[in-house]
Write a protein that binds this ligand. Structure first.
Ligand code: FAD
Ligand code: FMN
Ligand code: SF4
Length: 641
């Protein structure tokens, strides 16, 4: 059994004693109501993480000022009326054996003015890299008022019975804007050298200290490196860390980036695991207070190593705890293979731009009670058709509810299209998730058969009470002159037969699948041309991976033709027309790969509905999308049984 003695050793930050070194960092959920009050969903979400055994939870960034609220998905604490809800939340977390710290934030120039209805503010009138809005420069009186608002917020956190408070000084929000030489060009006492730029942060800590007991934890979250040309770098981060320590900070939570470098801040699968540990280690060398590290630390071995090596005192694991609230308990009990792994796809962060938090691998965010199922009084005979993510998810959830599940998959292997997702470079965590799904389905299903094609006749003969159709999309080539000749290959076949494609390959369609195939073929030393009709590559991908894959393809020397329409394909050649230019014949390809349209698949649904009372269609069979919808719809269909 793996043993992680450092990770599971107790620790103290001020008056807060924690049972282990695992921290849940602040992560917005948008589960609050539009006015920023705690809802039952917020409570359900955090209670589950407390039950899962995390050392302490940092509640998502909570607004200390209506003008600094990013949008209407952000919790609030700028008035006393918010204290009761936060108190209830704290009591639930405590009841589940956890500790709770609340993060306070003012978004500064990153507050969305169309939402707040107020001007955005910042130390200097430098546009927001995200919204391009030019903020108004704060006056000294206004700065002092905001310092006071942070202190009032912290005092409310204390009154709400929380175990500590964290001040968001990272990621390009207001305090970070003051600290940064990039966004603070003031010449008064709140600008200039490091000490001047840090004055706002220091005064916040001092002001909070005057309002809460001496040992009440006041944690400062900083971006030790902003990952931009003119932003903060580690050496200056160390000076700031020392100033915060002297002002009374109880611990430093060391993150990175600002809004101009957001593609690195929440590291997606293209970035290295543990990519900010060196920053925590650098800060730790400069201060005596405890230091928390964060950033794609997915495996307990890495967490343990960063503690053992003295690089940090605690380890923050954000998305791993979104994906599986029980990560700490499972690790402590040595059940590593039961962990539902975060695949670093960043659908979560994209989701909260407009909606509530969702996760590709965890379909029950904010309604965790739904997964705490009791066996159903009457077990139904259920046939699941298709062993991709949707079918596996349906089989596992329905099986766990006590139904009798049979799953038929026509291919020799389970996994559906998702098997190819993990073949692309840097996407090996997709395989881990697939293995998890397969393991869960096998654990709870009565029988799983591969090489078994479901036909209407076979299903009728089997006579299930319920059929869950998870048989994937109907794939069709784009309709272009020449495609009917059988010299073209599909993306999935190209993954399987990369060795026989020859040296010079063209991919028609630079969507997610085309881009990932290109990435894969480039690592095999092939020359790759991607032809895409739209003006950007990878449309449909989450923004962060889309940025990184475009960079990877450019760096690896792919020939990228965007705004380019394919008019005809033939053996070894493609005729294209670039916007505003004449036709062009591209010749000499050894292979041409065509992306497909993913159509709804109703081949079985319509005939079956005449015979079977309960037929559910889920995943790509409804419409070609992603694993997120497949996993969620599979689970939802099961929960309806
Ligand atoms: C290269 C590539 C990369 C991708 N990357 C990502 C990614 O990073 N993130 C993401 O979320 N999504 C990704 N996707 C998309 C994702 O794989 C699909 O959205 C997901 O697999 C859909 O799941 P599904 O279970 O609905 O369908 P599928 O995965 O298509 O599974 C359907 C299954 O049903 C079986 N089947 C069909 N008909 C029958 C029948 N009559 N009898 C028995 N079995 C049958 C099929 O053989 C198949 O195994 C990627 C896809 C590809 C191709
Ligand atoms: C959905 C989501 C919301 C986030 N919201 C916040 C936030 O409110 N405050 C904050 O300081 N960081 C926020 N972050 C950043 C995380 O706290 C953390 O630094 C980041 O996810 C990297 O850690 P991880 O790799 O362990 O997930 C958020 C991240 C995610 C994924
Ligand atoms: S959405 Fe993706 S990155 Fe976010 S927690 Fe879930 S698996 Fe991890």
């Amino acid at each position: 059994m793996p043993h992680f003695p450092n990770l599971f050793s107790p620790f103290k930050i001020g008056s807060m004693a924690v049972k282990n070194r695992i921290v849940m960092p602040a992560m917005e959920t948008h589960l609050c109501d539009k006015e920023g009050f705690v809802t039952p969903e917020v409570i359900s979400y955090y209670r589950a993480r407390a039950k899962g055994g995390v050392g302490y939870i940092t509640v998502e960034n909570t607004s200390i000022d209506p003008a600094g609220r990013i949008n209407d998905g952000m919790l609030c604490i700028h008035e006393d009326k918010y204290v009761d809800g936060l108190k209830r939340l704290g009591e639930e977390v405590h009841g589940a054996g956890g500790k709770v710290v609340i993060q306070l934030n003012h978004a500064g120039k990153e507050a969305l003015t169309y939402f707040t209805g107020m001007e955005s503010v910042s130390p200097s009138p430098i546009p927001s890299p995200l919204t391009r809005t030019v903020p108004r420069e704060l006056t000294i009186l206004e700065i002092e008022a905001i310092v006071d608002k942070f202190a009032q917020g912290a005092e409310r956190v204390f009154r709400a019975g929380a175990d500590g408070v964290e001040i968001h000084m990272a990621h390009g929000y207001l305090v970070c804007q003051f600290l940064s030489p990039e966004s603070n060009i003031r010449t008064d006492r709140y600008g200039g050298d490091t000490e001047g730029r840090a004055r706002f942060a220091v005064e916040i800590v001092q002001s909070i200290r005057s309002k809460v007991p001496k040992d009440f934890p006041v944690i400062c979250r900083i971006s030790a490196d902003e990952y931009t040309e003119k932003g903060l770098k580690l050496e200056e981060g160390k000076v700031i860390a020392r100033l915060l320590e002297s002002a009374g900070a109880s611990a430093l939570h060391v993150s990175a980036c600002n809004s101009a470098s957001a593609v690195y801040n929440i590291p997606c699968y293209y970035l290295e695991e543990g990519c900010f540990i060196h920053l925590a280690s650098g800060i730790k060398s400069a201060v005596k207070v405890p230091v928390i590290t964060v950033g794609r630390i997915l495996r307990p071995e890495m967490a343990e190593e960063s503690l053992r090596g003295g690089k940090a005192d605690l380890v923050s694991m954000g998305r791993s705890l979104i994906a599986d609230p029980y990560w700490p308990k499972k690790v402590e009990e040595g059940r590593l293979e039961d962990i539902r792994p975060c695949i670093s796809c960043n659908r979560c962060i994209e989701s909260i731009v407009e909606e509530r938090l969702v996760c590709t691998v965890n379909p029950c965010i904010g309604r965790e009670w739904e997964l705490e199922r009791k066996p159903m009084p009457v077990a139904k005979k259920v046939l699941v058709v298709g062993g991709g993510p949707a079918g596996l998810s349906a089989a596992a959830v329905a099986g766990e509810m006590g139904h009798k599940i049979w799953l038929w998959e026509k291919e020799p292997l389970l996994g559906g299209k998702y098997r190819y997702a993990s073949m692309a470079p840097k996407k090996e965590y997709m395989r881990k998730f697939l293995d998890y799904l397969i393991k869960q389905a096998k654990k709870y299903a009565t029988d799983i058969q591969c090489n078994k094609e479901a036909t209407v006749e076979a299903i009728k003969e089997f006579a299930p009470e319920v059929v869950i159709l998870a048989n994937g999309a109907k794939d069709e080539f784009l309709q272009i002159p020449g495609v009917s000749n059988n010299h073209l290959m599909e993306v999935l076949d190209a993954f399987n037969e990369a060795g026989s494609l020859g040296a010079n390959v063209a991919i028609v369609g630079g969507g997610p699948e085309g881009c990932e195939l290109a990435d894969y073929l480039l690592t095999q030393g092939k020359q790759v041309t991607i032809i895409e009709m739209r003006r950007v590559l990878g449309l449909g991908l989450v923004a962060h991976p889309r940025y990184h894959i475009s960079e990877r393809l450019k760096k690896a020397g792919a020939k990228i033709m965007i705004n380019t329409k394919v008019l005809e394909v033939g053996r070894g050649f493609i005729v294209v027309s670039r916007r505003g230019e004449d036709k062009q014949k591209l010749d000499g390809f050894d292979s041409i790969i065509m992306s497909c349209l993913h159509r709804p698949n109703d081949a079985l649904a319509d005939p079956l509905k005449k015979w079977i009372k309960e037929v559910h269609v889920v995943g790509d069979a409804v419409q070609g999308r992603t694993a997120l919808e497949a996993v969620a719809e599979g689970a939802c269909a099961a929960l309806k049984l």
